[in-house]
Design a protein around this ligand. Structure first.
Ligand code: GLC
Length: 473
């Protein structure tokens, strides 16, 4: 009989094999060890994928690989303006990198999305990079790394990109489709939740790290942006029974400052009958996207879980999100923790919104597939909100299958019973999502690596004089 120790040992041994060495030093982990992957980029180290590995290494005291990763990726960040608009702009962090040989010398070659399918821009990489830098500092107390000139400049350049004046008057970040973990067209252009949660966390992290003279303008910009961003998300993205009732009775076409339905959401664009049935008492969540006459009511897991972990949501909202996960377990966790988004886009919606993407057919891949990597975030939220039994249940489900199925990248089907149609095997962040979830459960003292002190309601409302809707959690 295979024991849980056997499974952990197999996971650790496989993880060791994923480590990439550059000039003799560990600098990252490949996306997947699947030997059948030809011509694709799974042999590269993805910034977003490495975050889970990095946190696991930090928890285990293996800080060198994380430091090397931060130093090397910083060198890949463009520092000058580009004349060529097809080249990555100043400040952007790459989606991934790999080692190449030039005249017999090892070099790191970055991909900023210019080689990626559909040439998608990795907006999340820059945000994750700052969040990871701060996790490294929390773990090692080695503040000197962040205070180095090159690191201060790296953070500055990212923030200049994020805080630039643009054709937009929201505190949220405007991005194209596929700018994050969901790196294919899935109707998430505009102000998707995943990016907003990471944006908020990156601003909080940068606020702690940018303390060298000369950064005062940026610190002020962060202080101005944060409360507005928090209030905007907590108010306009929130969906629970009360809010659904409000939206259901919204008037449209309101003009002027006193408009209640500020984004002119037409109630017929919201699947209110399904939500009325689906939303459990005391449950709630943050919508996937909010914009002009747009409220995407799909549940996006990464954005919601990161909001709970980092205290972007109020305590009551965090409780309500966890209640939703608990009460809608079959939909959101099912037979493999956990769905990336729910529900799937089907029929015409699938065709028009994904552009008929055969990888994103309903209940597959990004279109409501189940991704084991999300388990570490679920573990963190469960520990944070004292719902340890939920993550214990999730780990038990994953333990039954992951090793036997050779650590697939994702699962398909309404319940996540099918191994993903085009899923890679031996996917690093699947292995790490599982191991890290166990570590967080066993050692909750690691929570501060990724969490922040709550931002008080007074701080938020003082700054932006917004009244929050009440809701019962
Ligand atoms: C896929 C995923 C992306 C991930 C990459 C490497 O493209 O959509 O989120 O970073 O694979 O695992």
């Amino acid at each position: 009989m295979v024991t849980s120790q056997d499974i952990d040992q197999d996971a650790w041994e496989t993880l060791e094999k994923t480590i990439i060495y550059y000039q003799g030093h560990p600098v990252g982990t490949v996306a997947a060890l699947d030997g059948t992957v030809d011509g694709l980029n799974y042999d590269q180290c993805f910034v977003r994928d490495f975050v889970a590995s990095a946190l696991l290494f930090l928890v285990k005291g293996r800080t060198e690989i994380v430091r090397n990763f931060l130093e090397q990726t910083l060198k890949l960040q463009p520092k000058d303006d580009q004349l060529d608009a097809y080249k990555p702009g100043r400040g952007l962090m790459p989606a991934s990198f790999k080692i190449v040989f030039n005249n017999g010398q090892e070099e790191l070659e970055a991909d900023f999305g210019e080689h990626a399918i559909a040439r998608v821009t990795p907006v999340d990489s820059s945000l994750w990079w700052i969040i990871l830098l701060r996790a490294y500092i929390v773990a090692t107390k080695d503040y000197s790394l962040a205070y180095q000139d090159d690191f201060q400049q790296g953070i500055r350049l990212i923030l200049e990109l994020c805080l630039a004046t643009r054709f937009d008057m929201y505190p949220t970040l405007l991005v194209p489709d596929g700018a994050c973990m969901i790196d294919r067209r899935l109707g998430i252009y505009g102000h998707p939740l995943e990016i907003q949660s990471l944006y908020y966390a990156a601003l909080r992290a940068a606020r702690e790290l940018l303390i060298c003279p000369g950064n005062e303008d940026l610190v002020l910009a962060i202080d101005n942006r944060l409360p507005l961003l928090i209030a905007h998300i907590r108010k306009h993205y929130w969906i629970d029974f009360h809010r659904l009732n409000d939206i259901y009775r919204y008037r449209g076409e309101e003009y002027g400052k006193d408009a209640v339905n500020q984004f002119n959401i037409y109630v017929d664009s919201i699947p209110y009958c399904e939500l009325d049935r689906w939303l459990p008492k005391g449950g709630g969540y943050l919508a996937g996207n909010v914009g002009p006459s747009q409220m995407d009511t799909r549940f996006f897991t990464l954005g919601n879980l990161m909001a709970v972990i980092t205290d972007l949501t109020t305590e009551e909202q965090s409780e309500a999100i966890m209640t939703l996960i608990e009460q809608r377990w079959d939909d959101l966790v099912g037979d493999m923790p956990m769905k990336i988004t729910f529900p799937a886009l089907e029929k015409d919606e699938y065709k028009y919104i994904t552009g008929c993407d055969p990888k994103n057919i309903p209940w597959s891949y990004h279109n409501a597939g189940n991704w084991p990597v999300l388990m570490w975030m679920l573990a963190t939220t469960c520990v944070k909100t004292n719902r340890r039994e939920l993550i214990q249940r999730a780990i038990a489900i994953a333990q039954e299958r992951l090793r036997h199925d050779e650590w697939p990248e994702y699962y398909d089907g309404k319940q996540g019973r099918l191994i993903g149609k085009q899923s890679r095997k031996y996917q690093t962040w699947t292995i790490v999502g599982f191991l890290l979830a166990k570590e967080i459960l066993a050692q909750p003292e690691n929570l501060p690596l990724i969490s922040f002190d709550p931002f008080s309601a007074e701080q938020v409302s003082q700054a932006c004089e917004l009244k929050f809707d009440s809701f019962d959690a």
